[in-house]
Design a protein around this ligand. Structure first.
Ligand code: PPS
Length: 559
């Protein structure tokens, strides 16, 4: 980091530089480059370092470094660069965080990088998927001058830099510190295993969760940190510290475990607990493990001397009924003792359905935090997404459903009818595929925000394209909302016969072009949660069917 005077001067000079807005991942990498977490790295890797890291886990000078840390940019941006160009690196708000002096510009072979770093090119691996689908095609290497660390407004008191953490250990007289890496909430078994690891290594414990980027679908870091703060109180006083690591994980298994070890060394730790399948990416597209479950432990143990940090294997702890306590699974006699466990899947099911989580498994405070983030379905926000042809009856049924939900009370309800949206949100759009998609994505954005905040969004556009409907589902589910797709399956002949707005007549007369169902496509939903037949039932009855479905799915309580 530059001192304040030099930083102010550099910032002045940067007015004349090209600007690059750091991506979310680059922002995380920048922070660890700038704060020393990635020492000995002092910038984004150049070509020679990159090649050797990818092939041999070493920098060009031979130092151990298993993960390529690269600045990926677009072709258009790369065209403006040459060796020696200085580029201002900015955060999403436009604040200049640092300057890179370009040393190398190259187009990597991303398939080779995936194969060598992750051992696979399977897109089911999140690290590979990021590399192939999100990473830009050109890499830029060079030293960085850091003017400031990225700003964090959350949990500032827990975001210690390597220097701050080392100073804290020194003040406390902690000479041996074992780090626990995690991207998940912690329950009793985690506390038991970390406590055991600390006792066995005669070290103090650092809970060092990753709060940068983790595996897609993980519990968000705000909820997790609230959980960690509860868990911290369970350790004997003055034995354990909690600090947050702004790392962007790659889910790279063994290589990643070694990287975690080097990072923890920089943060002043002497030991790292390495789990079974540490930083594992889940299953591949054939349903197999990507890595041998013990490969990560072996890798860290093999390089421990050179890395300067010891590997402590994570011992799986289980609750033993007869002992009314936890024990390492390898010390339990399963012939005479009863092992209790709740799998991740079972835990999520119980959370979803609002069922009991026993105290032996999770601390009540932690479970309560998670219940706030993952309320049972009956308290979740929901998006009811009606889709069907023009004149199929979507609006009428949607209005009836809205009235029934308002009668019951409990959640705020918003109706995003096709016509309302086109008036207030999408007035400039027409009916081309691109315009229709944009219209539906806007509806999806609003519906997701409503669902995120616990309300009910009732949407009733035509939404003729399956892939766009799928995207909206993903947007809502990403914020823990329920998504219920309802196909109002009135046949085109019936819509045309009713022709309440006279639009079909106009379309037939050629006065409206590209009318859905006449000369524009409608992709029938393949697996909607509900299909409504408007020929056989009144809108009132159909609305009742929707309510029954919501009860059936657990989104509203039976009474
Ligand atoms: S889309 O495809 O989902 O963006 O359409 P949507 O926003 O629901 O708007 C459909 C309403 O616009 C009127 N309209 C048309 N519909 C389909 N095709 C064309 N070309 C068209 N032009 C105008 C029509 O009244 C639709 O309203 P509903 O309520 O569905 O009858």
């Amino acid at each position: 980091m530059l001192d304040p005077k030099a930083a102010a001067e550099a910032k002045q000079a940067a007015v004349a530089y090209l600007d690059w807005d750091l991506t979310e991942r680059q922002l995380c990498d920048f922070e660890l480059l700038a704060n020393g977490g990635f020492s000995p790295l002092t910038g984004f890797l150049g070509k020679a370092d990159y090649d050797r890291v990818v092939a041999e886990m070493r920098l060009a000078n031979g130092a151990l470094w298993p993960m390529p840390i690269t600045l990926d940019v677009t072709e258009a941006f790369a065209e403006q660069l040459e060796t020696g160009t200085r580029v201002a690196l900015r955060d999403p708000e436009g604040v200049i965080l640092g300057i890179i002096t370009v040393a190398d510009i190259w187009r990597p072979d991303r398939l080779i990088e995936a194969q060598q770093v992750f051992g696979t090119t399977d897109l089911a691996h999140p690290g590979v998927a990021y590399l192939m689908e999100q990473s830009h095609p050109v890499y830029v290497g060079g030293q960085i001058e850091a003017l400031a660390l990225p700003m964090h407004y959350d949990f500032g008191h827990l975001r210690l830099t390597p220097a701050e953490l080392r100073a804290r250990f020194k003040r406390a007289g902690w000479r041996r510190v074992v780090a626990f890496q995690t991207r998940n909430p912690m329950h009793r078994a985690h506390v038991e295993l970390t406590f055991l690891a600390a006792r066995q290594t005669e070290a103090n414990l650092l809970i060092h969760p990753v709060v940068g980027m983790t595996k897609p679908g993980d519990v968000d870091h705000y909820s997790r940190v609230r959980c960690y703060e509860h868990v911290l109180k369970k350790y004997p006083e003055q034995t354990t510290a909690l600090s947050l690591l702004p790392l962007a994980m790659r889910m790279g298994g063994p290589r990643e475990a070694l990287w975690h070890a080097l990072i923890r060394k920089n943060y002043g730790c002497t030991h790292l607990i390495v789990g079974r399948d540490h930083a594992g990416p889940g299953k591949d597209s054939q349903g197999e493990d990507f890595y041998d479950p013990y490969a990560a432990q072996e890798m860290v143990a093999e390089y421990a001397d050179e890395a300067g940090i010891e590997m402590v294997p994570f011992r799986m702890m289980v609750y033993v009924q007869e002992r009314a306590g936890y024990a390492p699974i390898d010390e339990v006699n399963e012939a005479t003792e009863t092992v209790m466990n709740i799998s991740g899947t079972e835990f999520r099911r119980r959370m979803r359905e609002g069922l009991d989580i026993p105290d032996w498994f999770g601390y009540p405070e932690v479970v309560a935090e998670l219940r706030r983030t993952y309320p049972p379905r009956a308290k979740q926000g929901i998006t009811l997404f009606f889709t069907g042809l023009s004149g199929s009856g979507k609006s009428t049924i949607a209005n009836a459903v809205m009235a029934k939900l308002m009668e019951r009370g409990g959640r705020a309800v918003t109706l995003l009818d096709g016509d309302i949206v086109r008036k207030h949100l999408s007035s400039e759009l027409g009916f081309s595929k691109a315009d229709r998609d944009l219209n539906i994505r806007r509806i999806g954005f609003v519906a997701a925000e409503i669902s995120r905040n616990g309300g009910v969004a009732i949407c009733a556009p035509i939404a003729p394209y399956a892939s766009t409907r799928r995207d909206v589902r993903a947007m809502v589910e990403a914020v823990h909302g329920g998504f219920v797709e309802i196909h109002v399956a009135t046949p085109i002949e019936e819509c045309e016969r009713r022709d309440r707005k006279g639009l079909y007549a106009k379309a037939r007369a050629g006065l409206i072009k590209g009318f859905t169902g006449i000369d524009d496509p409608y992709e029938v939903p393949e697996q909607p949660e509900l299909t409504l037949d408007t020929l056989q039932a009144t809108p009132e009855e159909l609305a009742q069917q929707v309510i029954l479905k919501l009860e059936n799915l657990g989104f509203i309580n039976l009474r």
